[in-house]
Design a protein around this ligand. Structure first.
Ligand code: DOR
Length: 429
């Protein structure tokens, strides 16, 4: 097994630079070290070392839409973005509602070896919200499914959701809900408000999200279940989560980078690259989401990386698919919205992008402290560098980034998965 020395890194951005010796996949020594002759050296020059990022919400599109993304290209995007584990959502074609599909995705992830790919299993057969999928078979398969979600669709029927939470409790897994009451969003195209009305978009009300989150917190409480809320987008959802957490309900929640940065002002462009579900919200919502992430009501950042083929985005707004790329830009958006604003320090970034998501998913070897004896799943970040986003240069097959041409702070210098360098200086290794 290879030996690597990361020379002169600041752990969590704190204190003086130290050397980190990585051998046999673990952090073997930390201090001022003599470099072994056969070691590969990464000169960190005072850059920030963090535990590798964990994304609870990625769409890899395989099987079925390999014209937008594959496990291979998505894994590359993840490694370049500083991720060492990603959870691949179940809304593929065929749907990941059985052991065969989740095992395929898991196996592809292992073969490619750039990031740990954990398939999410569907809650219901075909994501239709009617009949529970074979959750137990998926949990016990080699893929070891830990999170179930119909993401892209809400498990809207309260009886189906109740049963799913009960089964999930028995299996020791988590249900991740895409909170959207479909009766309130029929035909919806954009955040309901003055701007959508003026521009002629049908409105997607905040209550569609908030009512499902409130309902599911109550259902989870009675089932003794673990609930995770996907892509929180409104002030009201933060209020509901505060209430539920105050009662001791076992609920966690994620926010996406795009909901931390962008607002419905983007509707003025009519450019479908800005179409996403849930939609981009108002400025007060964005402010509240940032605050809630800083104070822990929102647990973590998840990308909702949603690649779409050009023909599904380069069309009129109504026909376009919702979603945007996220894996390679997430860190920079978090630095822009949370670090530069003073809301989080680098320890906070480690918490929301690595430690909390690993805890929520129950991954024993991710989100671990930067300490001797721990698995060497780490990311080295240059906090002072800047870069300009170009969709065509990202590793994904699709190029639907809403940050095209933007100059963003912070660059991933290197990512190590179990001690192996997976990306370095913007290149896959
Ligand atoms: O914008 C979105 N895109 N939201 C979702 O919930 C699903 C995702 C997708 O699969 O494209």
């Amino acid at each position: 097994m290879s030996t690597t020395v990361i020379r002169g890194a600041r752990l969590y951005g704190d204190g003086d630079p130290v050397d980190v010796l990585v051998a046999d996949g673990i952090i073997a020594e930390i201090g001022h070290l003599a470099v072994p002759g056969d070691a590969e050296v990464i000169d960190a020059g005072g850059q920030v070392l963090l535990p590798g990022f964990v994304d609870l919400h990625t769409h890899l599109r395989e099987p079925g839409r390999e014209d937008a993304e594959t496990v291979e290209t998505g894994s590359a995007a993840a490694a370049l973005g500083g991720y060492t584990a990603v959870f691949a959502m179940a809304n593929t074609d065929p749907v990941a509602d059985n052991a065969l599909v989740v095992e395929h995705v898991w196996r592809r992830g292992r073969e490619i070896g750039l990031v740990d790919v954990h398939p999410v299993g569907a809650v219901t057969v075909g994501l239709r919200g009617e009949r529970l999928a074979e959750m137990g078979t998926m949990a016990k398969s080699v893929a070891g499914v830990r999170i179930f979600s119909d993401d892209g669709h809400c498990v809207a029927d309260p009886l189906v959701m109740r049963r799913a939470l009960e089964y999930s409790t028995a299996l020791g897994t988590v249900i991740a809900q895409h909170a959207e009451e479909p009766r309130l969003t029929a035909g919806a195209q954009a955040h309901e408000g003055e701007r959508a009305s003026r521009l002629g978009y049908a409105g997607w009300p905040a209550s569609a999200e908030e009512s499902i989150v409130a309902r599911d917190c109550v259902l989870a409480r009675h089932a003794g279940a673990r609930l995770h809320v996907c892509h929180v987008s409104t002030t009201g959802t933060v209020d509901v989560l505060s209430w539920a957490k105050g009662l001791g309900i076992d609920v966690s929640a994620e926010v996406t980078p795009h909901h931390l940065l962008l607002t419905d002002e983007r509707l003025e462009t009519y450019d479908p690259v800005n179409k996403v579900n849930p939609p981009l919200r108002s400025e007060p919502d964005v402010d509240r989401l940032r605050q809630a992430l800083a104070d822990g009501v929102l647990d973590c950042v998840a990308t909702d990386h949603a690649p779409h083929a050009a023909q599904d985005k380069d069309c009129e707004w109504q026909a376009a698919r919702p979603g945007m790329l996220g894996l390679q830009t997430a860190l920079s958006i978090v630095v822009e919205t949370m670090v530069r604003t003073g809301l989080l320090d680098w320890r906070g970034v480690a918490r929301v992008m690595s430690e909390r998501p690993a805890e929520i998913a129950g991954l024993p070897d991710q989100g671990r402290p930067l300490a001797v004896g721990e698995p060497a799943n780490v990311v080295l970040v240059d906090p002072d560098a800047e870069w300009t986003v170009r969709g065509a240069e990202l590793a994904s097959i699709a190029a639907n980034t809403p940050y095209e041409g933007m100059r963003l702070p912070a660059v991933v210098s290197a990512t190590l998965l179990r001690g192996r360098i997976t990306s370095r200086e913007g290149k896959i290794v």
